[in-house]
Design a protein around this ligand. Structure first.
Ligand code: AKG
Ligand code: FE2
Length: 216
């Protein structure tokens, strides 16, 4: 018994075998490829260790963005690990390799960057958007997100004129918990939008988004 609990200790940095469940958001048409999300709950290895290390060691910074005449605070802290950068915890390095092994045949290229967001409380959020800077604006891609800390809602809705798949009632809401994986794929960034809405009560959450080259 003892050796088993050591073997499967929760601080093991290896993620669970990747067997995500796919939900089709919209089916492909002649003019537009399909969009989907893959979800696997409790996937990341050592989520407690990753959260603690990232909260302490990532060089988080606040950003301000020009919105018309005003400079507004981006309501979350950010840091991006670019191509070739060492990730702050071995469980993230293992996660990226596992994602690459699993998705490479479908994506056709590896995930190479890790964008990180720190939502300090329920007031931190991200507004409706698609990750459409770079190639995501014109090409199918995938964005793999690992969530840590307090659960938050990832909301998804089709852009105007996009018909959702049967059974997807116009929009979708996924509550992302500690160690959960979600992958947005196909035309999702161009044909759907996503958001992490503000909520009355929430503790800290960190999200790590793995992206391919020239996708932001
Ligand atoms: O926090 C998340 O899970 C999503 C973040 C996001 O959509 C982005 O940074 O582009
Ligand atoms: Fe995004």
């Amino acid at each position: 018994m003892h050796f088993q609990s050591t073997l499967f200790a929760s601080d093991a940095t290896t993620p669970a075998p990747l067997r995500p469940d796919r939900t089709w958001l919209s089916s492909g048409t002649e003019h537009q490829s399909a969009a989907w999300v893959d979800v696997q709950r409790g996937w990341l290895g050592d989520p407690d260790g990753v959260f603690a290390t990232m909260a302490e060691e990532v060089p988080w910074h606040a950003e301000r963005r020009q919105m018309y005449e005003r400079l507004v605070h981006v309501p979350r802290l950010l840091h991006t690990y670019g191509i070739g950068a060492t990730l702050p915890h071995p469980a993230l390095t293992e996660a990226m390799s596992a994602l690459n092994e699993h998705y490479l045949p479908e994506l056709g290229e590896p995930f190479v960057t890790a964008g990180c967001c720190f939502y300090r409380d329920g007031q931190d959020s991200v507004a409706w958007h698609g990750d459409t800077v770079g190639r995501g604006r014109t090409h199918d891609t995938m964005i793999a997100i690992v969530s840590l800390g307090d659960p938050r809602r990832l909301a998804l809705r089709p852009r105007e004129g996009v018909v959702p798949a049967d059974g997807v009632g116009g929009s979708l809401s996924l509550t992302l918990g500690h160690g959960d994986l979600v992958v947005m794929g196909g035309s999702c960034q161009r044909t759907w939008e996503h958001a992490v809405p503000k909520q009355a009560q929430a503790g800290p959450r960190i999200s790590v988004q793995f992206r391919a080259r020239n996708v932001f």
